[in-house]
Design a protein around this ligand. Structure first.
Ligand code: FES
Length: 279
């Protein structure tokens, strides 16, 4: 018997925003009836804000709860904010899901991603359906029992840090029936971590270029929004020497800006051992 949070039980028993929106601005789908779970999400978007969201789902209690809370999470948010929501956020908002039910949160994420793709690229839903049908033909299906593609598995590994075939099954269902695809899933896991390892080993020259690039294109534009700025002075191994400028220079919170923003950004994107020092 699985242990569900009170929030999961509440959203399962009293699902919010069930139904369909006529003239929706974006529609997204995930799963399929043949695989036992399916979700369709409808969005109304005005001036870049999601003003309404509804869903129709066929699935277990966790699928209902994930879809229901997802609609609450996105109504009132900007499209840009909504694009950042992952399956992990859905599960966290529910107070967690049993590992075997994480695939329900993934289904919510995929339906939302599908709807936003539709909103960004298309105004004609017939075009979208044709394009989706073509894409599905092109995308490699790894698990034929559940119709799970290579991209879906890759995304689930990336977002949730999955390391084993069993975890991938919990999050995507792939591998959960005949098991024929388990070898292919293991290959995807191996490829993912091999790629991640090769990307994280930068040569000194590549590292300098990357730090420079992040400061110029990510950190500096953010600081300039508040009248500040930053200049890269030197890089000595993992020590990045910078000069704060504009409103940032002499600001009493400059230490916080350096550590909580500049250093964190460089650690997240380049190397977790980087230390930022003001000179
Ligand atoms: S092909 Fe994946 S479980 Fe059967």
């Amino acid at each position: 018997m699985w242990d569900y949070s009170e929030k999961v039980i509440d959203h399962y028993r009293n699902p919010r925003n069930v139904g369909k929106i006529d003239n929706a601005d974006a529609i997204g789908e995930a799963g399929s009836l043949a695989c036992g779970d399916s979700l369709k999400i409808y969005l109304k978007i005005k001036d870049g804000i999601v003003t309404d969201a509804k869903f129709q789902t066929f699935g277990c209690g966790s699928a209902v709860a994930s879809s229901s809370i997802l609609t609450e999470m996105i109504i009132g948010k900007s499209v840009e904010e909504v694009k950042k929501i992952t399956n992990k956020d859905i599960a966290d908002e529910l107070g967690g899901l049993p590992p075997e039910k994480m695939h329900c949160s993934v289904m919510g994420y995929e339906a939302l991603e599908d709807a936003l793709k539709n909103f960004d690229n298309y105004t004609d839903l017939d075009d979208l359906r044709n394009e989706e049908a073509n894409n599905q033909k092109k995308e490699k299906i790894v698990c034929t029992c559940f119709g799970v593609t290579e991209n879906m598995i890759w995304d689930a590994i990336k977002i949730n840090g999955l390391k084993t075939v069993e975890e991938v099954t919990n999050y995507t269902k792939a591998g959960g029936a005949c098991g024929r695809c388990k070898g292919a899933i293991q290959d995807i896991i191996n490829t993912y971590y091999k790629k991640e390892a090769s990307e994280s080993t930068l040569s000194p020259a590549q590292k300098i270029l990357k730090i420079n690039n992040i400061i110029e294109n990510q950190v500096s534009p953010e600081l300039r929004k508040d009248g500040g700025d930053i200049t890269l002075v030197d890089i000595q191994d993992n020590k990045v020497l910078v000069k704060l400028r504009g409103k940032c220079s002499g600001c009493k919170n400059s230490h916080l800006t350096l550590k909580a923003f500049v250093e964190t950004t460089l650690r997240d994107t380049v190397d977790k051992n980087i230390e930022v020092v003001e000179v």
